[in-house]
Ligand binder design. Structure first.
Ligand code: ASP
Length: 344
């Protein structure tokens, strides 16, 4: 019998309504378990490891990423796969972070949650959870795990975690992976697409990167953005990395003050990566004149990476190699676990 460890962090899936205020808040683990007796009656042995207390994912911090990663590492040899129950709001951040924190992963870690609490009649909780467990327990004919990656399963799609974004606060189809196809689709059967799944080339031991650095910022450009705002962000005390959200294929205003502010920041050793505000497509700083200033200012291309993946990749690399800017820049400009595709 396959064994799966379900790590409960919280989120709507675990929530009940507060009778006084009417607002949703995380329940305790026993209440949650009582709603899903089928978890313990199937052909997969399921154990639960709850955060205490369970939390809304708006309260998730890098310390919680480390806690999730540690829970996997501590139990790595005991289980065939892992499911992490998590609120949807910041699930893409946590799942992306874990993909960078756990190098040489050879077992499935499937994040899931739900849009309606488990106790609500029309809830999507049970289907998401039961399918996530099945995916975490599924092996190929050679006995190796079918999806040895960090993934998100939601509604009917299994996505590579570091390609996802929460796209909908209302529909059951809450996530998308705009720049990479789904790894599996769940209908009557779960149909896997092995040619899209990352399989380890060699079976190396799991290697962890548990340190993250929070001296980072996201700077989103908009028409009319002024110098004082840009400088306030770039002059933030201790700042080490910036996700610069640009237009289209990675374009920015050609104003000299912007170029100068960015150049001064990169000269100081601040790493700036260009991420397009578009959900689909890639940064290409060679295409338009207005992007050339960014290149000259030392800004790196983020190609088709998501903001969630770029930010968490930066935080992990800055945490692991605090004094090696060149190495971080190099690792940010190449895919390290399937998080981006370098366009030709
Ligand atoms: N606020 C909730 C959370 O992220 C939303 C959800 O789980 O869907 O924890």
């Amino acid at each position: 019998m396959k064994r799966v460890l379900v790590i409960l962090t919280g989120g709507t899936i675990t929530m009940v309504r507060n009778p006084q205020s009417g607002a949703l808040r995380p329940a305790d683990v026993e209440t949650f378990k009582a709603f899903v007796p089928e978890l313990f009656a199937g052909n997969v042995e399921v154990d639960m490891l709850p955060f205490n207390p369970l939390i809304d994912s708006s309260d998730i911090s890098p310390a919680n990423w480390t806690r999730m990663a540690n829970a996997v590492v501590t139990n790595y040899t005991k289980y065939d796969g892992f499911v992490i129950l998590h609120g949807t709001d910041t699930m893409s951040y946590s799942a992306s972070a874990l993909s960078f924190m756990l190098e040489n992963l050879s077992k499935p870690i499937v994040f899931t949650g739900s849009q309606l609490p488990v106790g609500v009649l029309r809830s999507d909780a049970k289907e998401n959870l039961l399918t996530a467990i099945e995916i975490a327990a599924t092996a190929r004919p050679d006995g190796q795990p079918m999806v040895p990656e960090v993934t998100i399963f939601f509604e009917d799609s299994l996505f590579r975690a570091n390609r996802t974004t929460k796209k909908n606060a209302e529909h059951f189809e809450a996530f998308d992976s705009y720049n990479y196809p789904s790894l599996a689709k769940a209908g009557v059967h779960i149909t896997y697409r092995p040619h899209l799944i990352r399989y380890p080339e060699t079976l190396s031991p799991l290697f962890t990167h548990m340190h993250t650095c929070t001296d980072v910022a996201i700077l989103k450009l908009f028409p009319g953005i002024n110098e004082a705002v840009v400088r306030a962000v770039l002059n933030t005390e201790g700042l080490k990395g910036v996700v610069l959200e640009t237009y289209g294929s990675g374009n920015a205003p050609s104003a000299q003050w912007l170029y100068k502010a960015l150049k001064q920041a990169t000269d100081k050793g601040i790493i700036i990566v260009n991420k397009t505000q578009c959900s689909m497509g890639s940064v290409d700083m060679g295409q338009y004149e207005v992007a050339k200033n960014l290149l000259k200012a030392g800004v790196i291309s983020g190609y088709d990476i998501t903001t969630e993946a770029l930010l968490t990749k930066m935080m992990t690399l800055l945490g692991e190699h605090p004094n090696d800017t060149d190495r971080i820049k190099h690792l940010l400009s190449i895919p390290i676990c399937g998080e981006m595709t370098i366009s030709k």
